[in-house]
Design a binder for this molecule. Structure first.
Ligand code: DOR
Ligand code: ZN
Length: 348
């Protein structure tokens, strides 16, 4: 197949940042996706309905003229998020989820949760109001091996939480292991997961190929080949619990190419094209539309787009970098080839 048309896809997990960084990256997502769930890990974090509304306005102002892209906002859950704030967010209509970061687990997570029990009253209200909980699923305990942090979190925190709050809608974000795939598959209704392109395309060998590769460092970190295969099975299996979330997370070049490099891979410039590569390699391009355009919308109670997006198999070379405020952004696959591209007539 050299051409595929799908309903316009959505990105159910995205970092857009703010200010000059936001202005530098938002058009990449808006060109491909109709909507995106926008992560709240700014500094300071987006912890209130008012802050989410103001951030949404800044995103809309940064969009290219004529764009119909719709940012779906999230709140950053802290131990002092009041149940009433959830009610305000629900009533305001722009907040579509609340993000749980275990404190210390990843970029800008220090305001996150140290003990999930301290959030139980708020989670209860979320369950009542139908507000989804979006989870960074890793234990932050430095004593736990980095490659085991997801499995430990699933067993010790997430599985009991899903049982305790039986009607809470939960998205385990950016799953990276077979263990997480099996948990999500066998969990009760209302539990789903997003999967990134990098975790479908690479195992942890990419971090060490011929030297240390900071542009392949993200959290949760890339895992074993058997985990990657389990993720490809889940994404291409036509199972509605698994849907697209890029976790595209831009950092300036110097912050990545550093003695202590930031976690995050920027994939928004080629996101749907990269997923098409994965589905093509699995012989399942026919299932891309479910994963990219239908299952996530259904989980969030939204209609899929009527508008379509066409991809053509016509390789292109990714630039070495893009402008990023005063600096540079090194995109995933910089200087190398991406096989699919967006059809010219769908380019706006
Ligand atoms: O790699 C990551 N980057 N993982 C996260 O959880 C956060 C993100 C970021 O904000 O840079
Ligand atoms: Zn993320």
């Amino acid at each position: 197949m050299t051409r595929i048309t799908i309903p316009r896809p959505d990105d159910w997990h995205l970092h857009l940042r703010d200010g000059a960084a936001l202005a530098a990256v938002v058009a990449f997502t808006a060109r491909r996706f109709g909507r995106a769930i926008v992560m709240p890990n700014l500094r300071p974090p987006v912890t209130t309905a008012d802050a989410a509304r103001a951030y949404r306005e800044r995103i809309l102002a940064a969009l290219p003229a004529g764009s119909r892209f719709e940012p779906l906002m999230t709140l950053y859950l802290t131990e002092s998020t009041a149940p009433e704030e959830i009610a305000r967010a629900k009533a305001g209509g722009v907040v579509h989820g609340v993000k749980l970061y275990p404190a210390g687990a990843t970029t800008h997570s220090d305001a996150g949760v140290t003990d999930v029990r301290r959030t139980f009253a708020t989670l209860e209200r979320m369950a009542e109001l139908g507000m989804p909980l979006l989870v960074h699923g890793e234990t932050a305990d430095p004593a736990v091996d980095p490659f085991d942090r997801e499995a430990r979190f699933v067993d010790e925190v997430l599985a009991p939480l899903a049982e305790r709050f039986a009607s809470l809608r939960i998205v385990m974000e950016h799953i990276t292991t077979r263990h997480a795939v099996e948990f999500v598959r066998s969990a009760r209704d209302g539990v789903a997961a997003t999967i990134t392109p990098q975790h479908l395309l690479h195992n942890r060998g990419a971090l060490f190929a011929g030297g240390l590769r900071p542009h392949y460092y993200c959290l949760p970190v890339l895992k074993r080949e058997e985990d990657r295969r389990a993720l490809v099975d889940a994404a291409t299996g036509g199972e509605p619990r698994f849907f697209l979330g890029t976790d595209s997370a831009p950092h300036e070049r110097a912050a990545k190419e550093s003695a202590c490099g930031c976690a995050g891979m920027f994939t928004a410039h080629a996101a749907i094209e990269l997923y098409a590569e994965v589905f093509e390699a699995a012989g399942r391009l026919d299932r891309l539309a479910g994963f990219a355009s239908r299952f996530g919308a259904a989980f969030y109670g939204l209609a899929p787009h009527r508008e379509t997006l066409t991809l053509v198999a016509a390789p292109w070379t990714v630039p070495a970098s893009y402008p990023f405020g005063d600096g540079q952004l090194v995109p995933y696959r910089a200087g190398a080839t991406v096989r699919w591209r967006i059809d010219a007539q769908d380019g706006t």
